[in-house]
Write a protein that binds this ligand. Structure first.
Ligand SMILES: Nc1ncnc2c1ncn2[C@@H]1O[C@H](COP(=O)(O)OP(=O)(O)OP(=O)(O)O)[C@@H](O)[C@H]1O
Length: 321
């Protein structure tokens, strides 16, 4: 349904360019989304998510690579692709003087075989607000109106750009349920979000973008399984003296420690925590107190933080000569 290969996007003459020759915000991205799948694109601020998704939506031409949506080029074949996709942008820019129902009716007239105004407003729980002027809606209600309009055309592919930003927890859950219903009806969804739990709750596959490239990709289980378990603790420097060397030997490359406030703060990373924990506890025995001992399994959050901590070396390569 969505097939992106080697996508590049460069902003020419950008104020960010050191050379005056442009800035490459997307630097070779591959994305494939099958029918009925939800693909979540996560990333650090400025990673290039919006720059990527805009090309997939057909709103901008790529500088390199190919983009296919429903087998067609969404930029060149816009007239064919547009009626079959739904787009929920970050900022909708509705005319504030119109009521919710008037806006929905206006949108309804532009679509070939739309859901009714009443149906979509009910789906996003805005039926009771139909006669309220858009200017009087809360931020969360506007997001829901935007979602209603994106759904109205019964899209085969739905693009959701941070759909639950600004929603209260109850509305967020309701939106997740609605997205779940659409997925069961075999709608394909490309979602960008800053909420990791949103990706965890909804996504079949997840990509984490950083500095214009996809740094991690896979199912939640795949991404998490590539993250080591972390064992952290602190020991009094005086008590541990030289014996930390033994812990270093146990943990090998996964060992790191720093001395602060008279304590060694130790971090061990391992894909096989049980034997290492046994060794560690034997080593400490009764003589050493492992303070703040914590065992943290791999998680999406940890994967994200690891990606975000990567030095911006690769980002600097985004400056196009
Ligand atoms: N029109 C533009 N001209 C020049 N540079 C741009 C333009 N739009 C975006 N950029 C730059 O491209 C990079 C990627 O921006 P983009 O908005 O795609 O990131 P993002 O991942 O969506 O970020 P966020 O999570 O903060 O919304 C950023 O460094 C941004 O400053």
């Amino acid at each position: 349904m969505v097939d992106v290969r080697g996508l590049r996007r460069r902003y020419e003459g950008s104020g960010r360019s050191r050379t005056g020759h442009g800035f490459e915000a997307v630097r070779g991205v591959d994305i494939r989304v099958r029918r009925g799948e939800l693909y979540a694109l996560l990333g650090t601020n400025g990673a290039g998510k919006t720059s990527t998704v805009e090309t997939v939506e057909g709103l901008a031409a790529p500088s390199g690579g190919t983009v296919r949506v429903l087998g067609r080029d969404p930029f060149r074949d816009r007239d064919a692709v547009r009626p079959r996709i739904g787009i929920m942008l970050q900022e909708a820019g509705f005319p504030g003087a119109l009521t919710v129902a008037e806006m929905a009716a206006l949108w309804h007239r532009t679509l070939p075989s739309p859901r009714s105004v009443a149906e979509v407003l009910d789906l996003v729980v805005l039926g009771h607000r139909r006669d309220v002027a858009i200017a009087s809606l809360s931020g969360g209600e506007r997001r829901r109106l935007d979602l209603a309009l994106a759904l109205m055309g019964r899209p085969d592919v739905l693009f959701l750009d941070e759909p639950t930003t600004g929603l209260d927890p109850q509305s967020r859950r309701a939106t997740w349920e609605l997205i779940g219903t659409l997925l069961r009806e075999r709608t394909t969804v490309l979602l960008t979000t800053h909420y990791l739990e949103e990706a965890e709750a909804l996504a079949d596959r997840i990509a984490i973008m950083h500095a214009g490239v996809i740094a991690r990709e896979g199912t939640l289980a795949e991404i998490v399984s590539r993250q080591p378990t972390r064992i952290t603790f602190a020991v009094d420097a005086a008590e541990a003296a030289d014996s930390l060397e033994a812990v270093r030997r146990m943990a090998g490359a996964g060992f790191s420690a720093e001395r602060q406030d008279g304590r060694h703060h130790v971090r061990l990373e391992t894909f096989d925590p049980q034997p290492l924990l046994r060794l560690l506890l034997d080593w400490a025995g009764d003589r050493l107190l492992l303070r703040e001992l914590r065992v943290t399994p791999g998680s999406l959050e940890q994967a994200f933080l690891d990606v975000a901590a990567q030095p911006p070396v690769s980002a600097s390569q985004g400056w196009a000569a």
